[in-house]
Each structure stands twice: as structure tokens, then as C-alpha cells.
Design a protein around this ligand. Structure first.
Ligand SMILES: [Zn+2]
Length: 364
């Protein structure tokens, strides 16, 4: 574990932590209650467990992109790849697959100096156009300390749906606003960057899954002068050991439990499966059609859900189709042709349940 001198690298240096862009809000129909909208928007940013996420490094020698997006050295690519492995090796149910074509990738990574370290949050990255970046690193990856790997873990954390640890509603930090503006303005941040990345609380981040964890890889380190309270942070500042904290690991495993531990429920045509689910809970079904034809999958009940259909291909799950009824007075429905002798997985995620969360799924 690095010593205190190394832990203070960021605090003492002029290197900027992450500058998260303001995240888009999912549009919802009029009349959706604020509680329902909050839950739909936040759970909507968490991936359906079992999703395969493809990542690609922009490279102007191979892709049609600005030269500045290309990594300056292979060390950068190695460190980011190692950070994907570090998250995956926790046993989470998401897969990360490196691809060469940015058009095949949900996660498109650039290395533009002077453009900050940032990433879109969770499924918001799907809103970026395929010729855009969803993640950028401005950090110097050749420096010999913990900061490059820590930054890579942090940005991937955003892609997994994490916001900043110091901005969650449970954070008790009382800011010395004037000093925060002075300090970060001197680093070249706009007032809007400072509000978005430090001072604003994430009102949409309502999940109980996210406690205030000052050791989280998603929590910035702060000098004591930036903090008015509570004790002891206004005299000690907030620093922490690098890399994933024990709580980071626990939370990501709750969001994306290991697939091997998941209970797959066999789903048969014309037989409904009913369950009572809490917001954020997921179910997984396996389907082995006995003949090839178009099948329709639908949820029932006064619930906001997302349904996603995958085809099993060895150990991996290939995305086929999805539907999201969140905020609308209809139910999620997918129609897709399935083939005999192949195996499919249907995943259902509950966003928001009116009444008791009673829902049913049927294939017909
Ligand atoms: Zn960040």
C-alpha cells in the first residue's frame, strides 16, 4: 500500500481530479410524480446485470477521429485495461470486452490532454453519438505513482453508474464555498464545473446502496481549507488510500451480482411467472424454444420495468433486444424471433412499483 507521501500526491500537486460533464436527464411524460421520476432516472442509469460492455480506444491512425484523442503511449492503454480487469475480477455480472471498432463499442475512450478526466454515468453513455468519446483521460499515465490507476478505476466507476462520493445526499461535508471556488478556479475550472463536480448534491442519487464513504475511489481528496465542517475534516482534510475501498467492492457486487450466483428461472410459452419486486431488483429467465418462431415477452402490473433479451453464446450473452416502459402507462414488451436449439436469457429490472411491486412476465 502506498505511503502517506504518495497518498498526498494529488492534494499537493496541480493535477485535476475528474471533471464529470453535467449528465442528461431522461425525458419522461408529463404527470409522472417526482418520486417516481427520481427512482426511474437513477435506476435507469444502472446497467441490466449480465450486459456485455465493449470498450475501444480512439486511435487516429485507424479511426476517423481527432489526433488528440489518441493515447500518447502504450502505458495509458495498459493501465486502463488493468482497471477494467480490476472491476471485473470482483466477480461482477458485467463483462468488459475490448474491440477495435469504436462503432461496436458502448465505451469509447480518448486521451485528450487539457480536456479533463471524465466519463458519462452508467447507461447515459448510450446517448453519446458513435463518433464521440464517452470517457477521456487527460492525466499523465507515465508518472510513477498510484494516481493513473486510481483515475482509471474512478472513470470506469462512473461508467458503471457511480456518481461522486462527496456529492451523494448522505455526504455531511459543509463546504467553504469561497475557498472551493478560489481553489478550483485557479486550476482552470469554470463555476459550472465546480458546482457539477463538487458543490451540488446528487438529488437523483437516492439509492440506499450508496453510503457516504470517504475512502471510496469515487470520493475526491480535499484540503482542510476547502471544508468548514464537520470535525475532523475541517482540520485534517479528506484523504484516503488509493484504489477501490471495501465499500466500493461491496456496492458494485450488489448492483451487479456474480452471474454464477444468479437464480435463472425457466420461462415457458403461455405460462406467466409472477413476483413481488423492490425498486432496483432484477430477475433472470432462461428460454429454450422447442421450435423457431417470433416470440413476444411482456410484463404485467402497475410497474415501471425494463426487459432485455440476450442470446447465450458459450459463456457470453449477446444483446438482442430491449424495452423500457418507465414513466409510461404501458408495459415493457419485446417481440423477437428465437431459434430452436438455442438458448436465451431474458432479464427484467424493476424501476418503480406502484402498489406492492407485483408484476408478472409472460412469453407468447
Ligand atoms: Zn469523477
Amino acid at each position: 500500500m502506498p505511503d502517506q507521501e504518495l497518498i498526498n500526491v494529488e492534494i499537493d500537486s496541480n493535477q485535476c481530479p475528474c471533471q464529470l460533464p453535467k449528465q442528461p436527464r431522461k425525458p419522461l411524460p408529463e404527470g409522472v410524480s417526482p418520486d417516481r421520476a427520481t427512482i426511474i432516472r437513477r435506476f435507469g442509469q444502472i446497467w441490466v446485470n449480465g450486459t456485455e460492455l465493449h470498450y475501444c480506444f480512439w486511435d487516429h491512425t485507424k479511426h476517423n477521429c481527432p489526433k488528440e484523442w489518441t493515447a500518447k503511449n502504450t502505458e495509458s492503454l495498459k493501465i486502463v485495461e488493468r482497471a477494467f480487469r480490476e472491476w471485473k475480477e470482483l466477480g461482477i455480472g458485467l463483462e468488459f470486452i475490448k474491440v477495435d471498432d469504436p462503432y461496436d463499442a458502448e465505451i469509447r475512450i480518448g486521451f485528450m490532454e487539457g480536456d479533463g478526466n471524465w466519463s458519462g454515468v452508467g447507461t447515459n453513455i448510450l446517448k453519446a453519438r458513435s463518433n464521440e468519446r464517452t470517457m477521456n483521460f487527460a492525466i499523465d499515465f507515465t508518472q510513477l505513482n498510484w494516481l493513473p490507476f486510481d483515475t482509471a478505476l474512478h472513470e470506469i466507476g462512473h461508467t458503471l453508474g457511480f456518481y461522486h462520493g462527496h456529492q451523494i445526499p448522505k455526504s455531511k461535508i459543509i463546504w467553504n464555498d469561497e475557498e472551493v471556488y478560489r481553489y478550483y478556479s485557479a486550476k482552470g475550472w469554470s463555476d459550472s464545473d465546480i458546482k457539477t463536480n463538487i458543490l451540488d448534491k446528487e438529488s437523483e442519487n437516492v439509492l440506499d446502496l450508496f453510503p457516504w464513504d470517504t475512502n471510496s475511489v469515487m470520493h475526491y481528496r480535499f484540503k482542510s481549507t476547502l471544508i468548514s465542517g464537520p470535525e475532523p475534516y475541517n482540520s485534517t482534510g479528506i484523504s484516503h488510500t488509493p484504489y477501490l475501498s471495501p465499500l466500493d467492492k461491496e456496492i458494485v457486487r450488489k448492483l451487479y451480482p456474480p452471474l454464477s450466483s444468479q437464480n435463472y428461472i425457466p420461462l415457458k410459452a403461455y405460462r406467466s411467472y409472477s413476483a413481488i419486486l423492490q425498486s432496483g431488483e432484477q430477475l433472470a429467465f432462461t428460454i429454450k424454444p422447442d421450435h423457431s418462431r417470433e416470440f413476444t415477452f411482456q410484463t404485467f402490473g402497475k410497474v415501471d420495468t425494463v426487459l432485455v433479451l440476450f442470446e447465450k453464446d458459450g459463456d457470453s450473452h449477446r444483446y438482442l433486444s430491449g424495452d423500457d416502459d418507465a414513466g409510461y402507462n404501458r408495459n415493457a414488451m419485446i417481440t423477437h424471433k428465437l431459434f430452436k436449439d438455442r438458448e436465451y436469457v431474458l432479464r427484467l429490472k424493476m424501476y418503480y412499483a406502484m402498489d406492492r411491486g407485483e408484476t408478472a412476465v409472460m412469453m407468447f
